[in-house]
Write a new protein. Structure first.
Length: 248
């Protein structure tokens, strides 16, 4: 299909999981794609898989100042931008008494601050019309233990989907969000848990999902393709929750 034919798209955190699968689907839909990431190993793996079809930009999503460099690279290589998928994020889970100020700041720097200043830096080159999709989380809605900081950071993204839509729609820029539930991605492997604990946590989470399984990255990417395409031209400031019924 060609729902994104000739559209220029940027995916942050596009080297693994939902970001990488979205890059695949964007390319299949005819888009010209750039991805960012900070891990040299996953950057190299994504480059090898996607070959010359994608522009790979090393960048730290937590560094607000570095977002200007990303925007400059996109402007130089693409001449403008039609689609932005803000996907780079971190999920650090702790009971409230174990949070430190540094860990709190790290979550908000990656999940909120970096994305905010990336959008700001991209404003001069965003097309009219353009679509921004923010990757939030069902944890912004569900009072799950140990997710206080993570959930708050994702709730901030949902707020931005509404407020930035109100501010930018006159420029033809739509901002929407997807809120995945538990998805089978490398994200869970980054929680610092032992393999046994990780299996226990996964089993516990799966038991709370009415659909009885974790979601697949392709199921999230398909929704992002819709929000990036002209099919969603009347969808503004909206949230698509894809959680297997977890929020019920």
């Amino acid at each position: 299909m060609n729902r994104l034919k000739d559209k220029r798209a940027l995916i942050t955190g596009g080297t693994t999981g939902i970001g990488l699968e979205t890059a695949r689907q964007f390319l299949n839909e005819g888009a010209r794609v750039a991805i960012t990431g900070r891990n040299p190993a996953t950057l190299d793996a994504a480059r090898k898989e996607l070959r010359d079809s994608v522009l790979v930009i090393p960048s730290d999503a937590s560094d607000a100042a570095a977002q200007k460099t990303v925007a400059e690279t996109i402007g130089r290589e693409f001449g403008g931008l039609d689609v932005l998928f803000v996907n780079a994020g971190i999920a650090e889970l702790n009971p409230m008494e174990r949070w430190t100020e540094a860990a709190f700041d790290r979550t908000f720097d990656i999940n909120v601050k970096g994305p905010y200043f990336l959008i700001q830096a991209l404003l001069p080159i965003l097309a009219n019309p353009a679509s921004i999709v923010l990757n939030a989380s069902v944890n912004a809605h569900v009072g799950m233990p140990n997710t206080s900081v993570y959930g708050a950071s994702k709730a901030a993204l949902l707020s931005l989907a509404r407020t930035l839509s109100g501010e930018l729609i006159s420029r033809g820029i739509r901002v929407n969000a997807v809120s995945p539930g538990p998805i089978s991605t490398p994200l869970y492997g980054k929680l610092g848990l032992s393999e046994a604990d990780l299996k226990a946590v996964s089993a516990s989470i799966q038991g709370q999902i009415p659909s009885g399984r974790f979601g697949n990255p392709s199921e999230i990417a398909s929704a992002i393709v819709f929000l990036a395409s002209d099919e969603s031209a009347f969808t503004v400031g909206a949230e698509i929750v894809i959680d297997g019924g977890l929020r019920l």
